[in-house]
Design a protein around this ligand. Structure first.
Ligand SMILES: Nc1nc2c(ncn2[C@@H]2O[C@H](COP(=O)(O)OP(=O)(O)OP(=O)(O)O)[C@@H](O)[C@H]2O)c(=O)[nH]1
Ligand SMILES: [Mg+2]
Length: 274
């Protein structure tokens, strides 16, 4: 498929029909974290490294314009970078407003198509650490959480369950004071958890410190046949949400709820019916 054709197909994800991707070896890396922590800078390094190894890499950036960076797109940076990766890199920004059926379902289809078209490494970058980001990033096979010094977002990520979902946590901006402290805090908070803790690495996308170690750790993440409990849980919840949102009577049921004609239990019964 030509790039233009691929772009067009990705614009209509509801029409995509291709076989589901093979999950082993893993191919989809989710990158999440608060606005401005350096996700795109890190993604940029990962992309370069994978392209150097001969991979074709597709990057899907979910709602990439954040108030912090003023919407500086990864794609722009990549085009300016010294690596001539044009044939091996595919970028796509995805707006998340008004997606019927929810974003995870749409993403899943897009990823299957990209995989089918030979993009064997796919990165999803998503901002934030709320409940909806958890759902989005759970589509990925492996998850990198990016943190930074002086933020205190770690508690938010913890609450939303992102830490539980993460395979690696990178504390970026290690060139700035406070990064070490954040890494220590994360380690401490993980001591309480009963699941296998993710690797925690300090790095600086600015100076390059720790970046090759980070990429090596990502590359060495083991292949697993199925998702972790935490990922499976989020995928199941997404699928359930998709059923509700795609139900032909969804808006009618909403109206009946608003008019106080039915209860939530009635609504659920109606929406499961079809
Ligand atoms: N000092 C320092 N600055 C960094 C580092 N990594 C990224 N930055 C800067 O942090 C800012 C945000 O970087 P991005 O990579 O765009 O961050 P992001 O997490 O993708 O941001 P959003 O997508 O807007 O949420 C930019 O000005 C970068 O130059 C780092 O390791 N050290
Ligand atoms: Mg970004």
């Amino acid at each position: 498929m030509e790039r233009r054709e691929l772009a067009r197909a990705l614009s209509n994800p509801q029409d995509i029909s291709c076989p589901p991707r093979i999950r082993e070896p893993w191919s989809v890396l989710g990158v999440t974290g608060s606005p401005g922590v350096g996700k795109s800078c890190i993604v940029d390094k990962i992309v370069k490294s994978w392209v150097d190894e001969g991979d074709k890499v597709a990057v899907l950036a979910i709602d990439p314009s954040s108030p912090v960076t003023g919407g500086a797109l990864l794609g722009d940076r990549m085009r300016m970078s010294s690596v001539d990766a044009n044939d091996s890199v595919f970028f796509r920004s995805i707006a998340t407003r008004n997606v019927p059926g929810g974003i995870p379902a749409m993403l899943d289809r897009m990823i299957d198509l990209l995989f089918h078209e030979g993009w064997r490494k796919i990165i999803i970058e998503t901002v934030g650490s709320g409940q909806s980001e958890v759902r989005v990033v759970a589509v990925a096979d492996r998850i990198l959480l990016v943190e930074g010094p002086g933020r205190g977002d770690i508690i938010q990520a913890e609450k939303a369950g992102i830490i539980e979902l993460s395979d690696i946590i990178a504390v970026n901006k290690s060139d700035l004071p406070g990064a070490e402290k954040v890494a220590q805090e994360i380690k401490l908070s993980l001591e309480m958890s009963d699941t296998k803790p993710p690797a925690i690495l300090l790095c600086s996308a600015e100076s390059g410190d720790g970046i090759s170690e980070l990429i090596e750790t990502i590359n060495d993440l083991p292949n697993a046949k199925g998702p972790s409990i935490a990922k499976a849980r989020e995928r199941l919840l997404s699928a359930n949400q998709e059923i509700l949102l795609n139900h032909p009577d969804f808006s009618d049921v909403l109206k009946s709820l608003v008019a106080d004609e039915i209860s939530i239990a009635d609504a659920m019964a109606l929406l499961k019916g079809a």
